[in-house]
Design a protein around this ligand. Structure first.
Ligand SMILES: [Cu+2]
Length: 95
């Protein structure tokens, strides 16, 4: 929804958000000494990793996990499409 330089200001920076037609994408830049504001729809229950793609940064803690609607999931109800991709398909645990 937006990005900027310096420390995020809770009062002034949200006024800069693009709430009309923000870009839909699955990667975003966070500029040096800057901030990025994002939002995501909560219509797909699951556990979603949000992380920096620079491995050293990931291990320094630039990652977080979003749990979305997990109270609506039960073991055995996870769709098979999330259980790996390519050659890893079919290797998942089957309860
Ligand atoms: Cu990073």
């Amino acid at each position: 929804m937006g990005y900027g330089e310096g420390k995020f200001d809770m009062k002034s920076d949200p006024k800069k958000y693009n709430l009309v037609n923000p870009i839909m994408k699955n990667t975003v830049p966070v500029h040096t000494y800057g901030w990025t504001a994002l939002r995501f729809g909560t219509d797909n229950p699951g556990v979603w990793a949000f992380h920096c793609h620079i491995v050293a940064h990931f291990f320094m803690g630039m990652g977080v996990v979003f749990e979305e609607g997990i109270e609506r999931l039960r073991v055995g109800q996870l769709h098979s499409s999330i259980m790996g991709c390519g050659e890893t398909k079919g290797l998942h645990f089957k309860p």
